[in-house]
Design a protein around this ligand. Structure first.
Ligand SMILES: Cc1cc2nc3c(=O)[nH]c(=O)nc-3n(C[C@H](O)[C@H](O)[C@H](O)COP(=O)(O)OP(=O)(O)OC[C@H]3O[C@@H](n4cnc5c(N)ncnc54)[C@H](O)[C@@H]3O)c2cc1C
Length: 597
């Protein structure tokens, strides 16, 4: 074994700081640790060094980011109650007022609640497919029962408008057993398992610093210019006034305003230019020139239910009864109930999921009534229209959003007005302000045939991974982190400073670009399986034009009576570098993109 030692006889060390404990950061850490372990004592390895991976995550209780859950006994965050006074007085039913003033602290009383990512699929990423199979074997994920994931559609073929539930069978779909948040917890524990010391020491270590916000203003400082006197360290981190240490390499595994600001004062200008973010529910047809994230409301609510053996999987709230009736008339539905519904007949909504069915919530004992807990996700246009300060949403905004979303749900399920609203007993409203990328940065620095899937500035020793570089999904985030880890280790081994995916290449056509993520534009919540039913999505000339069309009452996408037939064309779910199927609309001479809505 060739061993590299410093003047004090100690082995060389590579320390890597990872900013963000979501799926991409955890996947990057897992791959760094496991790959390093497999070559640490390998005699054919040209270099031997010790690896220290340190992760910082803002999550108050645990890592996971946008793939996390609320768990029973979670202690609530301290939030100040305030009202913006901006919104019109609405007639808010007392049960909704009380539920919102209660801050949904008890919402996870009966079991885990998924408040962001809901469905896992491989999205044609072979490594993630293998990982899903492994997690299934280990009991980390469960398969959705056949027919339990459905689409809710308007049935426009009949005179009287009705709704139809169509099961999504075919593609394998999973969810985190005991909550989506158990996936990052499993990944964290895997990373921690490398911390064997003494005789057990295998050359790697992992530290996770939870509830730490690396400051956007002064949290990241490049110290590479003085690296000779700094032990080779390139980066120094801070949280407020507290130093978080010096590191040889830096990984940015989060996105949004924070990542943009964190890198803005460093010399890694080209790298930083990719982190500049804007917020919109759409991107122009050419993908735009900036990372664009949408905003999504997540409404977790508990409703009263009667104890029964019938209904949807034994549940009997108005929602469960409606789903049970709809599924009994559709072929291929699950007898165990409808777990998750992609909503395509209401423009404000995107998805409804039953936490009670997925996570086998305990039922209240000695009580006539029972409780069902659902997660309802809004459309990105709704998220933009009612955007507020996500850390502290004013009470009146929460009330307004809640009523509007629940009214839309009643309409989408053809339920009597007030039937859901009146049975609500608890609510937790949350805005994911930087929710899902609408475009992905796509470069081919390593191979012409495959997209890189991560970004790396070789001179600065800083890389980025996440769903905005490969595919807007858990699968995309996971694979992006894995690819960056492998590049970091290869570069270290070969003493290479190869940059990947930076936009400063000459000639320009070799540089990467942002391409529209058709799956995310279609579903609103990332790449999730959809049926082949598609409608034509017309790219606006500019975002502004699209928005002003909508505010003038322009047509809603997938809304009731939008006049489009179903089953018009098929579209792949895969956004990783494949070209869109544009065609010319002969009447307007506009280019239309066919996407699954
Ligand atoms: C409402 C919603 C529904 C979705 N549904 C699905 C779905 O059904 N299926 C699917 O595949 N995908 C879904 N997605 C997308 C999926 O959740 C994401 O693509 C994926 O989880 C992104 O992982 P990530 O690691 O790239 O980023 P993140 O999960 O955002 O992780 C970044 C982490 O960095 C932390 N952080 C941020 N700033 C700092 C800082 N300064 N210092 C330290 N830490 C910091 C954050 O707290 C976070 O924990 C959904 C997303 C949303 C919002």
């Amino acid at each position: 074994m060739s061993s590299n030692t410093n003047s004090s006889g100690e082995k060389d060390k590579l320390s890597i700081a990872i900013l963000g404990g979501g799926i991409s950061g955890l996947s990057c850490a897992s791959e760094l640790l496991s790959q390093h372990k497999s070559t640490y004592n390998d005699s054919s390895s040209s270099k031997s060094y010790e690896l220290e991976v340190t992760m910082f995550d803002t999550g108050r209780l645990r890592p996971g980011g946008r793939c996390s859950s609320r768990l029973p006994n979670d202690r609530p965050a301290v939030i100040q109650n305030r009202s913006s006074g901006t919104y019109d007085e609405l007639q808010i039913p007392v049960n909704i007022q009380n539920a919102i003033y209660n801050y949904g602290d008890d919402i996870a009383k009966f079991g885990p609640v998924d408040h962001a990512a809901q469905i896992l699929s491989s999205n044609n990423i072979p490594n993630f497919e293998l990982q899903l199979e492994k997690w299934l074997e280990e009991g980390v994920v469960e398969s959705f029962p056949e027919g339990s994931v459905c689409e809710l559609l308007s049935n426009e073929n009949e005179e009287k408008q009705s709704v139809e539930l169509q099961p999504l069978n075919g593609e394998k779909m999973y969810y985190g057993k005991g909550g989506m948040g158990n996936i990052p917890i499993t990944m964290r524990d895997y990373c921690l398992s490398f911390n064997g010391y003494g005789d057990e020491y295998t050359g790697q270590s992992f530290r996770l610093n939870q509830d730490v916000w690396v400051s956007p203003s002064n949290g990241v400082k490049y110290i590479g210019k003085e690296k000779e006197t700094n032990g080779g360290y390139l980066w120094e981190l801070r949280a407020g006034k507290k130093s978080l240490g010096k590191y040889h390499r830096l990984v940015i595994s989060h996105n949004g305003k924070c990542a943009d600001r964190i890198m803005s004062r460093t010399p890694a200008k080209a790298f930083h230019s990719l982190l500049r973010t804007k917020f919109a529910p759409y991107v122009p047809q050419n993908g735009g020139n900036q990372m664009t994230l949408n905003s999504i409301y997540s409404l977790v609510f508990a409703v009263k239910s009667e104890k029964t053996e019938g209904g949807n999987g034994g549940l009997s709230s108005p929602i469960a009864k409606a789903l049970s009736n709809l599924s009994s008339s559709s072929e291929g539905s699950s007898e165990g109930g409808v777990y998750t519904v992609n909503i395509k007949n209401e423009p404000s909504l995107r998805l409804l999921s039953s936490n009670t069915l997925k996570h086998h919530h305990t039922r209240a004992q000695n009580s006539e009534s029972d409780t069902e807990v659902y997660t309802l996700l809004s459309s990105p246009t709704f998220g933009k229209k009612f955007k507020g300060p996500q850390e502290n949403l004013p009470i009146d905004l929460q009330q307004k959003v809640t009523i509007k979303l629940l009214e839309s749900l009643e309409k989408s399920l053809n339920l009597k007005e007030g039937s859901v609203i009146n049975s609500v007993i608890d609510i937790k409203v949350q805005l994911w302000g930087a929710a899902v990328p609408m475009n992905t940065w796509t470069s081919h620095s390593i191979s012409k045939d495959e997209v890189d899937g991560f970004v790396y500035d070789g001179r600065g020793g800083v890389g980025a991974c996440g769903d905005w570089i490969l595919d807007p999904s858990v699968a995309g985030a996971w694979e992006s982190g894995r690819r960056l880890a492998n590049h970091l280790l290869t570069a270290q081994e070969l003493d290479s400073k190869l940059s990947v995916g930076l936009p400063d290449k000459v000639p320009k056509e070799d540089s990467g670009k942002f391409i529209p993520s058709r799956s995310a534009l279609g579903s609103g919540i990332g790449t999730i399986p959809t049926s082949p039913n598609s409608a034509e999505f017309v790219f606006p000339k500019s975002n502004d034009q699209q928005q002003s069309n909508r505010s003038r009452g322009g047509r809603g996408r997938g809304g009731r009576g939008n006049g489009r037939g179903r089953g018009r064309g098929r579209e792949s779910n895969n956004d990783r570098g494949d070209k869109g199927q544009d065609k010319k609309d002969s009447k307007s001479n506009r280019t239309v993109y066919s996407v699954t809505l």
